[in-house]
Design a protein around this ligand. Structure first.
Ligand code: TIU
Length: 223
């Protein structure tokens, strides 16, 4: 299969060797009262990508592709949250503090759940990650290798933080990654634009980008 309109040039993949990875589409970042807002951000910007992401997820499920959902999540005792992360910045609530949706970025709390519109279904991988990158302390690389995955399609939030970190980690591990441009968002539009540019610069130094419509078209043409 081929996404002709990918940037900086066409992206080739086979569904059976490819996973759709949705990074941290959890209430903590997308709804008021979570970590994103405690950092001082306007979370309403991020909601806008939900319909396109839902459509990409539905098409990918229909095609029979593997889906991976990640959540930025720490253990209740915060043993996997180093002071270098917890004490960063000047948030109104720190990781582990009690917020309107439960303890901030703690596994199992209401705020840590994937938003209803993108809720995982049976057979999909749900990965709790304590870092920004999806491979750090998760075992995900082994799970993907067991399934013969070589290519990764990315969506999720935020573009320049957890998505970009995960794409760079993936490239270092030998995966060909493509970021769906309208299925990712940042609290800072300029950072999203810069991240898309830097991913595909220098002949796809980190990976590719493409509008989700181009993925849907490729999947439709194949059926
Ligand atoms: N703050 C911010 O932009 N992002 C994060 O803290 N985590 C993710 O990107 N998931």
């Amino acid at each position: 299969m081929r996404i002709e309109q990918a940037n900086p040039f066409a992206y080739e993949f086979e569904v059976q060797n490819t996973a759709l990875v949705l990074i941290d589409m959890q209430r903590d970042f997308i709804e008021p009262g979570g970590f994103g807002e405690t950092l001082g951000n306007d979370v309403s910007l991020l909601e806008a990508i939900v319909p396109a992401t839902q459509a990409a997820l539905a098409a990918w499920r229909k095609a029979g592709g593997l889906v991976v959902h990640t959540r930025e999540a720490h253990k209740a005792d915060l043993s996997d949250c180093p002071p270098a992360k917890r004490n960063r910045g000047n948030p109104s609530l720190r990781i582990g503090d009690e917020g309107p949706m439960g303890r901030i970025l703690v596994a199992g709390e209401p705020g840590n759940q994937i938003i209803d519109a993108l809720a995982p279904v049976d057979g999909e991988l749900v990965i709790d990650k304590p870092g920004k990158g999806m491979f750090h302390a998760t075992g995900l690389h082994e799970l993907l290798q067991q399934r013969g995955i070589t290519h990764l399609l990315f969506g999720g939030v935020t573009t320049e933080v957890c998505v970009q970190t995960s794409m760079r980690e993936a490239n270092d591990r030998g995966y060909d990654g493509l970021l769906l441009e309208d299925c990712t968002e940042s609290y800072f539009p300029a950072f999203k634009a810069a991240t898309l540019d830097m991913i595909r610069a220098q002949g796809a130094i980190v990976g590719w980008t493409a509008p989700s419509a181009a993925l849907l078209a490729a999947l439709n043409n194949a059926t």
